[in-house]
Design a binder for this molecule. Structure first.
Ligand code: DGP
Ligand code: NA
Ligand code: NA
Length: 210
């Protein structure tokens, strides 16, 4: 690590099938090719004990109340926070597939109170940038069959998208909205250019909290 330089915390958000997986992979590959220390991460992180409960819930083999699963998703982020912080301070840039905003969007889409949903996320590391891949849920559904997981229904995704839109307008200072229906290479080029500007800028800024 170069002295005092930290990595950037970059989050991809969006509905299921919005292209987050492809775009985060392309960004990680690009940064690696430029010798930027980088690591891909993913929430929910399904390997921990909490992550395994979340996985059982998502695959419909376990039912939990909306409030309980909400807090489990949040706890899954909290249990990885020290690790994220340490990596960032070592100079590693983290490219993360989903974060607190999915936590709020998916639970608020069920009807839970927005502020209640946000409360357990407070104190987590604040992202330097959120790349929001936005597309009407009807477009996403037409990309092919949704999978079998609990939330993969067009009507529910439509409600999730509305909450993401609301968060995006509130957090405009570090959210970047992209049209997810454009070709992947075009989207990648825009994301790459924002990331290029971001990394040197945040390298000397202290980490902040949500
Ligand atoms: P993924 O592995 O990123 O595709 O996420 C799995 C599913 O879980 C997906 O439908 C989005 C949803 N999800 C991700 N994070 C959260 C969260 O914090 N809370 C809730 N309720 N759902 C989430
Ligand atoms: Na998914
Ligand atoms: Na994820």
């Amino acid at each position: 690590m170069s002295a005092g330089k930290r990595g950037a915390l970059i989050i991809f958000e969006g509905c299921d099938r919005s292209g987050k997986t492809t775009q985060s992979r392309l960004l990680v590959e690009l940064l690696k090719s430029k010798d930027v220390p980088v690591q891909a991460m993913n929430f929910p992180e399904r390997s921990s004990n909490i992550g395994q409960v979340i996985n059982s819930y998502l695959t419909n083999s376990k039912d939990l109340s909306d409030e309980v699963i909400h807090l489990m998703f949040s706890a899954n982020r909290w249990e990885h926070m020290n690790q994220l912080k340490q990596k960032l301070l070592e100079g590693k840039t983290l490219i993360v597939d989903r974060y607190s905003y999915s936590g709020v969007a998916y639970s608020a889409a069920k009807g839970l109170d927005f502020d209640w949903c946000y409360a357990p996320e407070r104190g987590l590391l604040k992202p330097d940038a959120v790349f929001y891949l936005r597309a009407p849920a009807s477009d996403l559904a037409s990309r092919g069959q949704y999978g079998e997981e609990r939330y993969e229904k067009a009507e529910f995704q439509e409600r999730v998208a509305k909450v993401f839109d609301r968060i995006c307008s509130k957090e405009a200072s570090y959210w970047h909205q992209f049209d997810a229906s454009q070709p992947a290479e075009d989207l990648h080029a825009q994301i790459a250019s924002i990331t290029d500007e971001l990394l040197p800028k945040v390298a000397t800024q202290p980490l902040d909290k949500l």
